[in-house]
Design a protein around this ligand. Structure first.
Ligand code: PMP
Length: 388
């Protein structure tokens, strides 16, 4: 098919027809608040779970290290700045692995590690709700891809049993759109039993769960030390900074440096961003921010369920308010916005068709009054739209 202006217009019209069209607002974030197109709203869709993106010490470190905007070079040419190496050492400690390797973001970390470890003779067994970056990485690796039903251990075992040759099992720590935990301890046991490599993307659990300061994240929560071969994460969520990493053995790191196109052929993470992440780690490891976060999560979750909203119970800071119909989700979000609450409708292909939802995220920065005001809006608009 030859692409013309008309075919593009048709494609966009199709998205609009099915309420799947996306249009970014103009957004200026100020912690628990955001100016959307210049008007202040309560911000309920941030991944800055601990509020560290605004921490004065983190900002100061970033400014102090701002000698240039970036190294303007890949790591293997002239971008291998000391702050990156220092951050990699800290991340390896945090993950209790031999080493770690930074990527410009979490998306690239997934692409980098999966395409380096898998090839067309490898079978990747992947949870059906895994993030788009994992899906894209699996496809790019040319491996045989088998998908197991979400968190379904029986299905996973059937796939493992029927697979010969090199196998990789990959799952997330906390699922980004449902907010539930993977059954990581049992998945790790199955992977070991069937001699499969185990990869976990802990973007949303990292620095949030487990014991802050020691073995952290969802692997820490499940205490599966030594059972995970490769940890992937993003620095732009729990840590409130920017970048991605792979924490693994030194052997895997060596392979990535020599093979991973997402490491070799792109500019290094800027030094000041590494400095910011280094400054953020001690704050994330104290534990008090997580305490504040989960006090807010429990409060808001209870408020919404008391109002009668259908919310899958999970233990995380991601609260998926299930709507189903795409149009209803968009309308609900628009009406909330008019009432001063900023929440995004999550639709296909991020989630399945007819499984639209509002993905609410609470952070440690919200006050009780923010959450009460937001809950009032949810009540009025939920009732108006016959959702409660
Ligand atoms: N993995 C998961 C599970 C994610 O949710 C995301 C981003 N939302 C990423 C990876 C990508 O991370 P980054 O934003 O750093 O590219």
């Amino acid at each position: 098919m030859v692409f013309t202006g008309n075919t593009i217009k048709l494609e966009l019209a199709e998205l609009k027809k099915y309420n799947l069209y996306r249009r970014p607002h103009r957004i200026e974030v100020y912690g628990a608040r955001a100016l959307i197109n210049g008007i202040e709203k309560i911000h309920l869709c941030s991944n800055d779970y601990l509020g560290l993106s605004r921490n004065p010490r983190v900002l100061k470190e970033a400014r102090f290290s701002l000698r240039h905007m970036s190294q303007c070079s890949s790591r293997l040419v002239a971008g291998n700045a000391p702050k990156l190496l220092e951050l990699e050492e800290q991340i390896a400690k945090h993950r209790d692995t031999e080493s770690s390797l930074l990527y410009p973001n979490g998306y690239m970390a997934n692409l980098g590690v999966i395409t380096s470890l898998a090839n067309k003779r490898t079978t990747i067994i992947s949870d059906e709700l895994n993030h788009a970056s994992i899906i894209d990485a699996c496809r790019l690796s040319r491996a045989i891809i088998k998908v197991f039903r979400h968190n379904d251990l029986e299905d996973l075992e059937i796939l493992l049993r029927s697979t010969t040759g090199d196998k990789i099992v990959i799952t997330e720590g906390v699922f980004s759109m449902d907010g539930d935990f993977s059954a990581l301890d049992q998945i790790c046991c199955l992977a070991k039993e069937y001699n499969a490599m185990m990869i976990v993307d802990d973007a949303h659990g990292d620095f949030i769960f487990g014991s802050p300061g020691s073995y952290s994240g969802v692997p820490g929560y499940f205490d599966v030390k030594g059972m995970i071969d490769v940890n992937v994460s993003s620095l732009s969520k729990g840590l409130g900074c920017f970048g991605g990493y792979v924490a693994s053995s030194t052997l895997v790191r060596e392979l990535l440096i020599n093979k991973s196109r997402q490491f070799i052929y792109t500019s290094a993470l800027p030094e000041h961003l590494s400095a910011a992440a280094l400054a953020a780690i001690p704050f994330a490891e104290k534990g008090n921010l997580q305490h504040r976060l989960f006090r807010n999560v429990e409060f808001f979750y209870k408020k919404l369920t008391d109002l009668g909203f259908s919310i899958n119970k999970n233990a995380s800071q991601i609260i998926p308010l299930m709507i189903g119909d795409e149009k209803l989700a968009v309308d609900f979000s628009n009406e909330l916005m008019l009432d001063g609450v900023f929440v995004q409708p999550i639709r296909y292909p991020t989630v399945g068709k007819g499984k639209a939802r509002l993905r609410l995220t609470v952070t440690s920065l919200h006050t009780k009054s923010d959450l009460l005001t937001a809950a009032d809006s949810f009540e009025i608009i939920g009732k108006k739209n016959n959702i409660i």
